[in-house]
Ligand binder design. Structure first.
Ligand code: ADP
Ligand code: DP6
Ligand code: CO
Length: 325
């Protein structure tokens, strides 16, 4: 009754931002991401007869409170699916990514947890079923089941059975780079879940966000098919700015950006004006990811490292999907 799995984070190029169903985590819009090889979570799950509750350790610390409850609520779904309501587990998870800082730890974290827990409890699930399960832990996590470029189809059914990720292009399809520009690894004040809820409930710009998605998705898939970095980058950057605009129009308004976030965005646009095709995107946090092709590695890295307030630059290639350890 023990298993371990590893999953990478992913960066959304077309963002998931807003739920139509909170408990099932059904999104308002479809989204598209790239799985990253540089950041991952490794999780082991051991269902044991001597336990009467779950024990969750994150980075070797015993966890209680909301983070533990989120894991237990997720395992409740796995227990229900497996028909074993009284199976409790000891879970050890290590994030090779900053937790709750806008680097998608919830994506690698819940994809690894879902895979390990399903295997440990003896629940047979193919990748599509695993993506559906994983989605119910954290929406973005359903995309981390697969490597490379991945689309999360929002689905239309109310039971969520058609809301899952589908692979668009594998990790070795296109050699591109994503630099994670790290200014802060501190936990965000407004978790993704709360930020998108407030936006859906109050932002006057939210309907325009939802309306803009089908065009972005169709166009970025053309860009990926053509390995066209300009097209993919321009769409991703514009989509990111539109998502962050919705938070500014929420009530109360909020933003995930810091002053250094804006400096990095300007540097990337300046770099582009000199002929280097580099594009930024930002998830729910202050840190920036920069997309470019490998021949520009040195120039991009140097420019980013020299920005005041930047602590580190960590470059990823496209990463693989979930694997078992
Ligand atoms: P992020 O940008 O890191 O995805 P979120 O606000 O989406 O931030 O989610 C952060 C939450 O995800 C944490 O507060 C915790 O509840 C959960 N989480 C992060 N890592 C793990 C993990 N390895 N195992 C289980 N849950 C995790
Ligand atoms: C901005 O998947 O972390 O990173 O479903 O509530 O766990 P929950 O939220 P989460 O939201 C991710 C938001 C985003 C965009 C994206 O990854 O698509
Ligand atoms: Co997240």
């Amino acid at each position: 009754m023990k298993a371990a799995a590893k999953a990478h984070t992913n960066i959304a190029l077309i963002k998931y931002w807003g739920k139509r169903d909170e408990p099932l985590i059904l999104p308002m819009n479809s989204s598209l991401s790239l799985t990253l090889d540089g950041f991952y979570t490794a999780t082991s799950v051991d269902f044991r007869n001597d336990l009467s509750t779950d024990h969750f350790y994150l980075n070797e610390q015993f966890v209680t409170g909301a983070e533990k409850n989120r894991v237990t609520a997720f395992l409740d779904r796995i227990r229900a699916a497996a028909g074993k309501p009284d199976a409790f587990a000891e879970i050890h998870s290590t994030n090779h990514v900053p937790t709750a800082a806008g680097f998608a730890s919830s994506a690698s974290g819940f994809a690894a947890l879902a895979a390990a827990a399903a295997k440990a409890i003896g629940l047979s699930a193919d990748e599509q079923q695993l993506s559906i399960l994983t989605r119910q832990g954290s929406g973005s996590a359903c995309r981390s089941v697969y490597g490379g470029f991945v689309e999360w189809e929002k689905g239309t059914l109310s039971d969520g059975s058609d809301s899952y990720a589908v692979p668009v292009a594998s990790a070795n399809y296109w050699d591109i780079r994503v630099a994670a520009v790290i200014l802060s690894s501190a936990e965000k004040k407004i978790l993704s879940r709360e930020g998108m809820r407030r936006t859906v409930d109050t932002s006057a710009y939210y309907p325009a966000w939802v309306d803009s998605i089908p065009n972005d998705l169709a166009a970025i898939k053309e860009g990926i098919a053509a390995k066209d970095i300009e097209k993919v980058g321009e769409i991703a950057e514009a989509n990111c700015l539109r998502m962050h605009a919705t938070t500014l129009a929420a009530n109360p308004p909020f933003s995930y950006w810091q002053s250094t976030t804006v400096s990095i965005m300007q540097t990337v646009q300046d770099l582009r004006a000199t002929g280097v095709p580099a594009f930024f995107t930002i998830d729910a946090g202050p840190n920036v990811k920069v997309l470019y092709t490998p021949e520009h590695e040195e120039k991009v890295r140097n420019m980013l490292q020299n920005i005041t307030g930047v602590h580190d630059v960590k470059v990823s290639k496209p990463g693989e999907g979930v694997s078992y350890i």
